[in-house]
Design a protein around this ligand. Sequence first.
Ligand SMILES: C[S@@+](CC[C@H](N)C(=O)[O-])C[C@H]1O[C@@H](n2cnc3c(N)ncnc32)[C@H](O)[C@@H]1O
Length: 222
Amino acid sequence: MPMERKPRLRAKAGRTAAQIRWLERQLADRFVAEAKKRGFRARSVFKLEEIDRRFGLLRKGQAVLDLGAAPGSWTQYAVRKGCRVVACDLLEMAPVPGAEFVQGDFTDPAVQEQLRARLGGPADVVLSDAAPNTTGLRAVDRLKSEALAEAVVELLEAVLRPGGACLLKLLKGAEAAVLARARPLFAGYRLIRPAATRAESSEIYLLLTGFGGPNPKPAAEG
Ligand SMILES: C[S@@+](CC[C@H](N)C(=O)[O-])C[C@H]1O[C@@H](n2cnc3c(N)ncnc32)[C@H](O)[C@@H]1O
């Protein structure tokens, strides 16, 4: 069997050592090659594809809200499955034909309003692959991940239809706090670590199914 050769890049002006390591890792990664071959913008599409295949998450005709969507491979996947997608990211995202895009912070009420307007009704599925900028300090990163995931859960009451599902990314360690918040709102949940997750990554996905609908407001007293 031929020996597998690790791709090596020559140092080039303007590239840091970390950038060179990242590029070498990308070149050696079979998921990167497969994503390119199938016309997807990122290898993370295979995490969604695996979860979708295992749990039947996305179906033709569904309205999907994709939070933290750039560069757009999850949006591409959902559009190819025949879903109507509204995507949101802090960063610009090249248009995905068939999807709408709102650039902004989905925790901002003004952006949430735009997302609701673009959806034009409740979403069947909310996806969040959103990741905060990490610091390398595990406790700080876990808290940032918790806060972002909790913001997704808070948004669900305003955008998800009863019976709908939500898939969201977490850093390991954040699941207890997020589940304490989300679990009462859903009939079921699963924690999943897809095969395409990089070995050194501490991310996991929380799949929440059977949304119970917005909490009824307590009756006014008097
Ligand atoms: C891992 S990437 C998503 C990859 C995407 N699922 C794909 O397949 O192409 C995470 C994204 O989350 C976005 N993000 C993080 N916090 C956000 C926020 N509060 N509002 C909107 N986007 C956010 C980042 O800008 C980044 O583009």
